[in-house]
Design a protein around this ligand. Sequence first.
Ligand code: B12
Ligand code: SF4
Ligand code: SF4
Length: 299
Amino acid sequence: MFTLSRIRELCSSVGIDDCAVTVPHLLDDDARYLTQWLQKGYNGSMTYMEQNLDKRTDPQKLYPYCKSILVCLLSYYKKDRQVKGAPYISISGLSRNDYHIVMKNRLNQLEQMIISECGEQISSAWLEPQHVFCDSAPVFERRLACEAGLGIIGKNHLFIHPLLGSYVHIGILMLPIDIYDDRSSKWVNFNPCAGCRKCINNCPTGALRDDLFDARKCVSYLTIERKEPLDAKYNNLLENRLYGCDNCQLVCPCNQSLKETSCDDLKANAELLAMTKDDWNNSSHRKKLKLLHRLAKKN
Ligand code: B12
Ligand code: SF4
Ligand code: SF4
C-alpha cells in the first residue's frame, strides 16, 4: 500500500508545498450549513453553489472509485505590490498564470508518478471520470483540507495552514487506491482565532461577521462574480478595487511572516504590478480579462 510519506516525497518533487490524505465520507454537517447559507440567499448570483449538493456532500458520488482524497496546497504568497494608486487586485489575482491550471498540472504530474509506481493496481477505467479538482467542482475544499489535518478554517472562513498561512490554493486529487497515513503528528493544537477577530473588524463591507459570511457583500463577489447591477451603496467603497480583496488575510496574525511562493507561475506578473490607474482606464476589456486570467471563462 502507498504511504503518505511516499506521496509527500512525490508532491515535493512536483513543487506542491504540503499535502495530506483523508478518506471519503459524508460531509453532512457541512451540507446542512451550506443549505442554511443558501436559504438565506448569501450566495447571491452564484447559482452554481445550489447545484450538485449530493456530490458536494458525498465525494464518492462525484468520483465513484474514490478511496483516498489527497489534499494539496500551493502557496501563492508574494510581497510585490502594485504601483501606488492603481486599482486593487487581490494577491491571488496578481499571479503570472492561472492557478487552476497551475495546480491541475501539478496534480496530473503527481498522479502520473503514483500510477507508474502502482503498476497494475490502477485500472485505466478508474481514471476516466473527472477526479482532479481546484476551485472548479462541487467539492468542500476547505473542509477536506481540515479533515486531512493540514490546518483549520479561520474566522475569515479561509483555510489556514500553520506555516503557509492562508495564501494557499487547495487542490484535490481523488484516487482509487488506499493510502496509509503514516504521519506521526498532525496540526491538532493550532487555534489562532481564539481571542482574535481582526479579520472581522477589518472587513470593509461587513460580509464577514461572527456568525455568518454573506458572500453578496464580499468585495471578491462584488468585483468578480456578481451578475446583478451594483447597489449604489458600494460605489464609493469599490471605487479603487478592481479584482478581489485581501483585507481579511492582510491583517491575520497567521500571515505576517510568510515565505514567498517558490512557484514561478504564482509569482507576481510584472506587467500587472506596473499598471497605473490610467493604464487600466486605457486598456481594452479583452486585455483586462487576459491579464486577470478570465478570458477563457468569459468566452
Ligand atoms: C464560492 C467561493 C467564493 C465566494 C464565497 C466565499 C465563501 N466564504 O464561501 C466568493 C466569491 C465571495 C469567494 C471569495 C474568496 N475566495 Co473563494 N471560493 C469559493 C468556492 C468555489 C466555494 C466555497 C464554498 O463552498 N462556499 C460555501 C460556504 C457555505 O462556505 P463557508 O462559509 O466557507 O463554509 C464552509 C466552511 O467554512 C465550513 N463551516 C463554516 N462554518 C461552519 C459551521 C458549521 C457548524 C459547520 C459544520 C461547518 C462550517 O463549512 C462550510 C463548507 O465547507 C471555493 C472552492 C471550493 N470548491 O471549495 C473557493 C475558495 C474558497 N476561494 C478561495 C479564495 C482564495 C478566495 C478569496 C481569498 C479570493 C480573493 N482574494 O478575493 C476570497 C476570500 C473570501 C473569504 N473570506 O472567504 C480559495 C481559498 C483558499 C483558502 N486558503 O481557504 C478556494 C478554496 C479556491 C482555491 N482552491 O484556491 N470565494
Ligand atoms: S485574523 Fe484572527 S480571527 Fe481572523 S482568521 Fe486570522 S487569527 Fe483567526
Ligand atoms: S475578502 Fe474582503 S470583503 Fe471579502 S470577507 Fe474578506 S475582508 Fe471581507
